[in-house]
Ligand binder design. Sequence first.
Ligand SMILES: [Zn+2]
Length: 139
Amino acid sequence: MSARTYTGSCHCGAIRFEADLDLAEGSNRCNCSYCAKARAWFAFAKGPDRFRLLDGTGVSEYRWTPPGDAEPHLTFTFCRTCGVRTFARGNLESLGGTFHAISVPALDLSDEQRAAIPVRYINGRERRYDETPAHPEAI
Ligand SMILES: [Zn+2]
């Protein structure tokens, strides 16, 4: 498979974006304290040129520093009007520098497309990123 361009938005449309994603590469569900509360489900657009913000009128941002870390790794965005989470951005060498973690529920996909995306369950709470958490169904 290869990457193609998908569009996405919040509910009210005050945030609109497009991202080049290979959804067959899979997506992540994580049990860290943020992802668990947000029920986050992310697909990754690796590299600065794989993401375009088309309308950022509604963007609000949230950052947090995981315990034991010096600084936040991700800047999460959500819409200040409708509250829908849309994407996060970060910078990691292993992901090609600047990357965007795209909220899969915010993408304009059919049920069939969404259901076909492989999901990796990640034990971020205990920083064991290559392990499946004990209760993935609870994430
Ligand atoms: Zn909105």
